[in-house]
Design a protein around this ligand. Structure first.
Ligand code: EPZ
Length: 427
């Protein structure tokens, strides 16, 4: 239940990057030694991955509030069953990691957020280039190689998942594998840095071309994940949306440049510091056109939050979703709050309204859920939000953090306070 109309004020700290964590955890399978990963977000997707890791034979030790020690010395299964993968998309990283260490993987197709067809043909192209045979039978992806060989892979589509998955599969392959037209997202770089900290030799992550010189063994090591770019962007947008003034701590401002630029365009004030960013707004919200693009473009994972923001901007904004086919399913929910948005294929036309009013809505996926929370914070009255498990998949204590900034959000039947299970108050 979200009581709208409150300005967010204060400071909030951003957790570790979900999309780096969901790759780094399976990537630990590539090492015989112990991997310590710090700044792991406390989210449901991580819980699901850890269950899968245990199922494969990994020993997991949780240390403190946000660190994990993973020991993959004794892996006894190469099969990840559907019951375990259906909840999350990133389970595809088990294919690359198991193939890369054991030359064999059997993984059921991924679940997770559903917004149109989510093919993995680029991942398969990469595995096959490395010499694996890939069969998909009754929904199970089986990848097998007698011996993997280094290769040059050109990705026809810039894909975060394929870039990381091929990197994982190639880490221990003799020779140098080259990925061309690679994705450049911060979490791609983070996973490469993680692999290097464990003993791999990956160069060029963050550019179009990644070179992976295979190493024989990976000894383990320790690594701290970067802060979550999308969580940070969500709070930046929420601050601007609510006429707030929020210092967002533990961020890498460079990763947020496209969001900063867009928020300035809609009339917010953004101040950058070394590892924090302050967003405030006093004047009216201006319209803006937004086109989602692979990094360093505007992230698709902030598109719903941005549409929510623009729904109360003066004038008509045009939003173009150029990464996913069908990422506007939540627009019907925004309309329930009074937003005036029409969608034609990849384009949403957002006619700014003067007021939104609380209503019953449901989260249709993770980022859609965050967008609806922002709309509910802007709306007059109370919004009841359903299917919030989507939000729990990828945001650590979203309502707790928002409440610490002055929002009034109550999770029904949870009795949660401002202190989360780690004992951290989000200040
Ligand atoms: C990652 O998904 C993220 N997930 C997504 O975040 C994010 O929206 C997406 O990258 C784009 O930034 C994780 O990192 C776990 P892609 P991924 O492969 O890797 C097409 C969130 O909310 N494509 O970069 O699955 C695809 O259809 C989630 O945190 C192919 O055609 O995305 C899409 O149009 C949701 N063939 C485009 O590429 C392929 O083999 C980008 O997809 C792979 C992808």
């Amino acid at each position: 239940m979200i009581m709208g109309g409150k300005s967010l004020k204060g400071s909030v700290s951003i957790s570790g990057a979900k999309n780096a964590a969901v790759a780094a955890i399976p990537a630990a399978l590539l090492t015989e030694g112990v991997c310590r990963i710090d700044n792991v977000p406390n989210i449901k997707d991580v819980d699901v991955l850890l269950d899968i890791m245990r199922h494969l034979g990994a020993k997991i030790k949780k240390i403190g509030t946000d660190a994990l020690e993973i020991n993959c010395e004794k892996i006894h299964s190469f099969t990840v069953p559907y019951e375990m993968t259906k909840k999350m998309r990133a389970s595809y990283y088990f294919i690359g990691a198991l193939l890369g260490r054991f030359n064999h993987a059997e993984v059921s197709p991924p679940g997770g957020c559903c917004f149109g067809s989510r093919p993995i043909d680029m991942h398969i192209k990469g595995f096959e280039a490395l010499g694996a045979k890939v069969n998909i039978d009754r929904g199970i992806v089986e990848a097998h190689a007698t011996k993997l060989e280094s290769a040059q892979v050109f990705l026809d589509v810039v894909s975060v998942g394929a870039t990381i998955n091929i990197m994982l599969a190639a880490t221990r392959v003799n020779g140098t594998t080259i990925i061309e037209n690679a994705a450049k997202e911060p979490h791609v770089v983070d996973v490469a840095n993680f692999l290097n900290a464990m003993g791999a030799n990956v160069r060029g992550a963050g550019t179009d071309t990644i070179k992976i010189k295979g190493v024989e063994k990976m000894a383990g090591g320790s690594y701290t994940l970067i802060p979550d770019q999308i969580e940070a962007g969500t709070f930046m947008i929420a601050a601007a949306a609510t006429r707030g003034d929020v210092l967002i701590k533990n961020v890498i401002p460079k990763h947020l440049e496209s969001i900063t630029a867009k928020l300035v365009e809609v009339n917010a004030t953004v101040e950058e510091f070394d590892d924090s960013i302050r967003v405030s707004r006093n004047g009216p919200l201006h319209k803006a056109n937004v086109k989602t693009m692979p990094y360093p473009g505007f992230p698709t994972d902030l598109q719903p939050q941005t549409v929510a923001l623009l729904s109360m901007a003066k004038g008509t904004s045009i939003v173009t979703e150029s990464v996913w086919d069908n990422r506007y399913q939540y627009v019907d929910e925004l309309r329930r709050l009074g937003a005036q948005i029409s969608v034609d294929g990849k384009i949403a036309v957002v006619e700014g309204v003067e007021k939104l009013s609380g209503a019953n809505v449901k989260a249709t996926d993770l980022r859609a859920g965050a967008g609806l929370v922002i709309a509910a914070l802007m709306a007059d009255g109370v919004t009841q939000m359903h299917d919030i498990y989507h939000i729990d998949r990828g945001y650590e204590g979203l309502e707790l953090k928002l409440n610490s900034l002055g929002a009034q959000i109550v999770r029904r039947n949870s009795g949660k306070s401002l202190i989360n299970e780690k004992g951290i108050a989000y200040v």
